[in-house]
Ligand binder design. Structure first.
Ligand SMILES: [Cu+2]
Length: 326
């Protein structure tokens, strides 16, 4: 798929993909096979490039890849996982977007969800109908279960009305499942964006001026599939210097026409942009032509990746390193 996105411009990559394809043994036999002739067919397989994706919430393309299936806990909607509960039970749902190229809009039919944590950090509780979750983002929510059968739907944002994953929460002993096409009203209800979540006082970062600011522009486009930071392809030689115990401000300017879920290893930052209220996160969505301002304390020496959590973007170069010693 990565080779397809690169328009076949990366021969080494095409070889690799060809190998995978043969192992899968899908499609017709491939007599030429082997290393001598990685045919165009082997490199390609069926096209998975997503055409005409648009999401109002993400202000542009939802993603780049048209996956054949979307899953919750590895299950197709036709054999959805069923969670059983009693009416009135308070149930915690831990939502993790483990996708590679898909933001999921998540809602539980017939219920509002109370958000208690994001990326493992507690927030002041807020109710919402739905959540938009970027790759690698996590939310913990609590629901008080009503009586009946309720679809938990994860809509692949910007990938069409049929692109969705399903699980079921139910209080009866029935076996019937909601139709895979089920679309609870809550999906179109109120969304609670991450930056509107106030951190719990136990984890709020002090209001302090940064000792160092690192400004990075997100660059690249679909046509060239050259996603990068500051137009530079990823290199292990290039590191953004930080000193231990500094308060660091990352200013990440999205100069592309697409959204990106940006992820920093080893730290949990606070959102400190103009309209932010200090939400603690390690992964945050930045919309096209907007910026993300994130403060953190350099309290964990080492080499840490800063990257887009769209797997196809990071593999294409939207990745860099922050490093500091003890
Ligand atoms: Cu990206």
């Amino acid at each position: 798929v990565l080779a397809q996105l690169h328009g076949g411009k990366h021969p080494a990559m095409s070889m690799e993909m060809g190998g995978d394809h043969q192992q899968e043994g899908s499609g017709s036999p491939h007599p030429s096979g082997g290393r001598s002739a990685p045919s165009r067919r082997a490199a390609g397989g069926p096209s998975r490039i997503l055409r005409q994706s648009h999401s109002r919430l993400l202000d542009g393309m939802g993603g780049n890849v048209d996956f054949p299936y979307y899953l919750i806990n590895g299950r197709l909607p036709q054999s959805a996982q069923v969670f059983r509960a009693k009416p009135g039970d308070r149930v915690r749902l831990r939502l993790i977007n483990a996708g590679a190229d898909t933001a999921f809009r998540v809602a539980l039919g017939g219920h509002r969800m109370t958000v208690t944590h994001t990326d493992g950090y507690p927030v002041e509780h807020r109710d919402t109908d739905a959540l938009l979750i970027g790759m690698a983002e996590r939310y913990d929510v609590i629901v008080t279960v009503k009586d009946g059968t309720f679809p938990l739907v994860a809509l692949a944002e910007g990938k069409g009305a049929r692109a969705k994953a399903l699980a079921v929460l139910r209080t009866d002993q029935g076996k019937g499942l909601p139709a895979p096409s089920v679309h609870p009203d809550e999906l179109d209800g109120r969304l609670l964006p991450a930056h509107s979540l106030r951190p719990h006082e136990s984890v709020a970062l002090r209001d302090e001026k940064p000792d160092r600011e690192i400004r990075i522009r997100l660059t690249g486009n679909m046509k060239d599939y050259n996603w990068a930071f500051d137009h530079q392809p990823y290199s292990t030689e290039h590191r953004h210097a930080v000193r231990q115990d500094e308060r660091v401000r990352l200013t990440l300017i999205n100069a592309t026409d697409m959204w990106h879920p940006l992820h920093l290893h080893g730290h949990t930052f606070a959102l400190t942009g103009l309209n932010d209220i200090g939400t603690r996160k390690d992964t945050a969505i930045v919309l096209p032509h907007r910026k993300l301002v994130a403060d953190f304390y350099a309290d964990n020496p080492g080499l840490w990746m800063l990257h887009c959590h769209n797997q196809y973007h990071s593999e294409s170069g939207m990745m860099t390193i922050l490093g500091y010693r003890r």
